[in-house]
Design a protein around this ligand. Structure first.
Ligand code: BG6
Length: 493
């Protein structure tokens, strides 16, 4: 049973808290993961009392509760909730918080401060927590949880780090990349390091290229204010997709302990060949969606979305070709791609193996031999497939593609959300699924030259119609002409 703790949530009435944190905490309650004394304190600007807060939380949780809201579980969960109204810039908020926590007996002295607020506010909150002595680890641990984006580019990430590290030790900081909480993402490690079969093949001698895709059919929605200043490269590639890349390509760590794991991830990021400004267009591609049709419905183009400036050249699609210059991967192109308003919502890693060294069966009716693929479906299909060529039954020598399927989830096994795992890890002090500062810094180093070049090119951006797989022109990133973006987990016949 995890230790008792006080979860203090800044920005508790905001989107992240409603959509992800509260439902995840409720599910942890349901799974019996909280010690009896654990308390959750919600901080927001709204003039709510405790009853109003509980009734709002009930609404948010009802929407997301698996199998419907369980009244008894919710009552237990609600009894842990407290609401505090305040302004993040007001020092008296923190003094009051301290008084409440330190003097009352209801609040465990292990405290996790969760920053579900705008990144620009991280600094001021951490500073105030420190000034009110709330970060001193006396009588219990003090942990601070921050969410991406960690800065806007390398320089601002360094500045943020300099500011918060004045008040916090690295081991008090939990930097969330929620992708790492996804079961299928963790399965990448299990697949690679708990099975011996693939390891001898997992290198430049056998692998032709790797594709990592995260596509969404949703548009920018109500997030234009944030998104237009970020774009797909910052929003998805710098964080989630580079994290996936490290798990797929890292060396086996000394152990699965947090530091050992993160050491190996950083080594990968350090080995990514840097992209010179002169080569940005050969390595990166950006585009923006125009109006189109998704699921039979007409949808707006990015420029017509609410809150998007009319001449915006922010990319809603980004693709990047990288090389990892180490012994294992030198020369293997790795393609990362993400987009909003694409044909389907799907995340997957596709690993394409080389052609067999000789084309046998040349004089038969067998088509040219296909390459083998290993496909790791992250969402919505959580699966692991190996594609192979087999002979079709019958008298003729014909072949077809078939799959070995090691799906991750059986129909009767529950799905857990990434935030459940991460919120529990924070209480347990397990930092293996959180980012260390050097990971953040090296990830920025990978994308910074591209972002700098794009920020200077304000006149033109390629477009793609909403509901498609993105612009054809992005094909130009491929090293070989026969390469294609892999869109589907089904074998391509
Ligand atoms: C977030 C991005 O970090 O990840 C969003 O800011 C994106 O733009 C989301 O939609 C994707 O994550 P998930 O778990 O919803 O697939």
């Amino acid at each position: 049973m995890p230790q008792p703790c006080t979860y203090v949530i800044f920005g508790a009435t905001g989107n992240l808290s409603r959509m992800k944190l509260m439902p995840a905490l409720y599910h942890l309650e349901e799974a019996g993961k909280f010690s009896e004394q654990t308390t959750i304190m919600l901080l927001g600007r709204r003039a709510w009392d405790r009853e109003q807060c509980i009734s709002k939380v009930r609404e948010w949780v009802t929407d997301k509760a698996r199998g419907g809201l369980n009244q008894e579980t919710f009552e237990r969960f609600a009894s842990r909730l407290h609401y505090v109204r305040g302004d993040l810039n007001d020092a008296s908020l923190y003094a009051g918080l301290r008084q409440q926590i330190e003097e009352g007996n209801d609040f465990p002295k292990n405290i996790a401060f969760y920053m579900a607020i705008r990144p620009a506010e991280f600094g001021v909150v951490v500073e105030n927590l420190s000034l009110s002595h709330l970060l001193i680890e006396e009588g219990g641990w003090r942990r601070v949880v921050i969410e991406k984006p960690f800065g806007y580019d390398l320089e601002s990430a360094q500045a943020l780090q300099a500011r918060i590290s004045r008040y916090l030790k690295e081991d008090q900081l939990y930097r969330i990349d929620h992708y790492l909480g996804k079961g299928t993402v963790q399965n990448v490690l299990v697949f690679r390091f708990a099975n011996v079969m693939m390891e001898p093949l997992w290198n430049r001698n056998y692998i032709d290229h790797i594709q990592i895709t995260h596509s969404e059919s949703l548009g920018v929605g109500s997030r234009a204010a944030f998104y237009d200043g970020a774009g797909a490269m910052r929003d998805m590639i710098q964080s989630h997709l580079l994290q996936l890349l490290t798990l797929v390509t890292m060396e086996p760590p000394v152990s699965m302990e947090a530091e050992a794991l993160r050491d190996e991830k950083v080594k990968v990021l350090k080995s990514v060949r840097s992209i010179p400004h002169s080569a940005v267009h050969a390595h990166a591609f950006r585009a923006q969606y125009t109006d189109g049709t998704i699921g039979g419905e007409k949808v707006n183009g990015y420029l017509q979305e609410e809150g998007v400036p009319e001449a915006s050249v922010t990319e809603t699609y980004a693709a990047l070709k990288l090389y990892i210059d180490n012994w294992r991967w030198r020369g293997v192109p790795i393609y990362l791609r993400t987009g909003k308003r694409m044909a389907e919502s799907q995340s997957m890693v596709s690993i394409c193996f080389r052609h067999p060294p000789q084309q046998f069966f040349r004089d038969t009716r067998v088509e040219p031999m296909r390459q083998n693929w290993v496909l790791l479906g992250i969402q919505p299909c959580e699966c692991l497939r190996v594609e192979m060529t087999v002979k079709e039954p019958g008298l003729e020598m014909r072949t077809r593609q078939t799959i070995l399927d090691a799906s991750l989830r059986n129909a009767d096994e529950a799905h857990t959300e990434a935030y459940e795992e991460l919120l529990l890890d924070i209480i347990e002090g397990d930092r293996s699924l959180f980012l260390r500062y050097d990971e953040v810094e090296y990830a920025w180093r990978v994308v910074d030259p591209v972002l700098q070049t794009w920020s200077m090119e304000r006149d033109f951006i390629h477009t793609y119609q909403a509901g498609t797989w993105g612009p054809q022109e992005s094909q130009r990133l491929f090293e070989k002409e026969e390469h294609r973006w892999r869109h589907s987990l089904d074998p391509e016949q």
